[in-house]
Every structure is written in structure tokens, then in C-alpha cells.
Design a protein around this ligand. Structure first.
Ligand SMILES: Cc1cc2nc3c(=O)[nH]c(=O)nc-3n(C[C@H](O)[C@H](O)[C@H](O)COP(=O)(O)O)c2cc1C
Length: 209
């Protein structure tokens, strides 16, 4: 696959088969995190890889609880505020939040070192450099996984999920994690959300907006 094909092919996949991701491929994919741009040349990323249904279930125990709360309150409200593509994605994704993390049987927790300011209390935009670098690294992982024939889905932690996870995996105090990242092989009948149709020329402004 050439690079642009990889970009086209990378989609969020929330239905996985039971085919296992080998350690060798996983290591290759995760190594690309260290090729992404990083503020201050830090590259302070660490990964906790969790396999086994019991281990994963323990880590994501709050996901089901928190998602259910959103599901009850959120879907009705979402219908009136989201556009059709967004809403269709939301309806498919929401009930799968817990299942998708279990199904691939390969849950990756990408951690990054957050220095100076607490992540959720930035002093200014540059305090978010650690977070931004961590997401550059995640994007590399998503693309590398795609190039290897793998698929990914991720969930952003909400509420008390980060503290819960950090405690369970014994993460050092100054480390934060980006997301719950499921890496695996897509199920045969996997659902892929409709891509938004965007005219790039409409989004490019010359000299002024
Ligand atoms: C910052 C960010 C947060 C996201 N949070 C979630 C999430 O919590 N759960 C989920 O299933 N997908 C999540 N997604 C995936 C998006 O829903 C998905 O990227 C979007 O619908 C476009 O689909 P595509 O990835 O197939 O192009 C998130 C994506 C981004 C970039």
C-alpha cells in the first residue's frame, strides 16, 4: 500500500475478529510512535499492553458504566445537535465502546509524560505540547497498523477513568494516558461509518479566511 492508500484505508473499526495480533507486529507498529514529531525532542512515551479478557475487563470496568450514562442522556440530545453523518456514527459507536476494547484482545494504553502543568489545567497553549505530541504518536500508530492490515478503535477516557487506569497499571504520577486503544483484525462484517464528503478547496483560504 502506498502512503496515500494507507491514509484512505485507515478508518475507525469497532468490530474485531478473534485473530490475534502477534507481539512482533505489535512492536513494529508501536515503534512508529517514536518517529512522530515530539516537543523538545522528548519522546517520553510508554505503552502498557493488556491482553486477556479478564485483565482488559478490569481496566475498562468504568467504561460501560460511564457510557451507559451518556447513552441515556446523550442520544436524544445528540439527534437535535448533530448532523446526519455524525449522528449515524454516534448511534453505531456508542453501544460498542466497551465491546470494541474487549474484542480485539489487544488493548494498548499509550502513556506520555506531562510536565510542568497538570494536563487539565494548562497555563497556556504550549502546556499542551506533551498531549499534542502524544497524539502525533497515536496517529503514527493508527497508520502503521493500517499498513500492517490491522484495524484500530480508541476511546477517550472520561470522568474518573484516567485515575482508575493509572492506579491499576501502577503508572508513575507524572504520566497521563491518551486513550484506550484497541488494535486487532477487523471482523468480516465490520461496520464502517460513512465518510464525510468534504471539498478541500472550500476549506483552504488564501491570505485571509
Ligand atoms: C479526539 C478524538 C476522540 C475520539 N473519541 C472516540 C471515542 O471516545 N470513541 C470512539 O469510538 N471513537 C472515537 N473517536 C473516533 C471518531 O469517532 C472517528 O475518528 C470519526 O468518526 C471519523 O471516522 P474514521 O476514523 O473512520 O475516519 C475519536 C476520534 C478523535 C480524533
Amino acid at each position: 500500500m502506498d502512503f496515500y492508500q494507507v491514509l484512505e484505508k485507515r478508518r475507525t473499526i469497532r468490530d474485531f475478529s478473534d485473530k490475534e495480533v502477534t507481539e512482533e507486529v505489535l512492536e513494529k507498529v508501536l515503534s512508529t510512535a517514536f518517529k512522530a514529531p515530539t516537543n523538545d525532542h522528548l519522546r517520553q512515551f510508554e505503552f502498557v499492553v493488556v491482553r486477556g479478557q479478564e485483565n482488559i475487563a478490569r481496566l475498562i470496568s468504568l467504561v460501560a458504566e460511564n457510557t451507559q450514562k451518556i447513552q441515556q442522556a446523550g442520544l436524544e440530545a445528540a439527534a437535535s445537535t448533530m448532523d446526519k453523518d455524525e449522528y449515524t456514527m454516534f448511534v453505531d459507536a456508542l453501544p460498542k465502546q466497551q465491546r470494541m476494547l474487549m474484542q480485539s484482545n489487544c488493548l494498548v494504553l499509550p502513556f506520555f509524560r506531562q510536565k510542568d502543568c497538570p494536563l487539565c489545567y494548562p497555563a497556556d497553549q504550549s502546556s499542551l505540547n506533551y498531549f499534542a505530541s502524544a497524539w502525533c504518536a497515536v496517529e503514527n500508530i493508527l497508520l502503521a497498523a493500517t499498513a500492517e492490515g490491522l484495524s484500530c478503535a480508541f476511546r477517550i477516557p472520561i470522568g474518573n477513568e484516567p485515575e482508575h487506569v493509572k492506579h491499576l497499571v501502577h503508572a508513575p504520577e507524572e504520566y497521563e494516558f491518551t486513550c484506550f486503544l484497541a488494535i486487532g483484525y477487523a471482523a468480516e462484517n465490520t461496520h464502517i461509518c460513512k465518510q464525510k464528503e468534504i471539498r478541500v478547496m472550500d476549506r483552504i483560504h488564501r491570505n485571509v479566511w
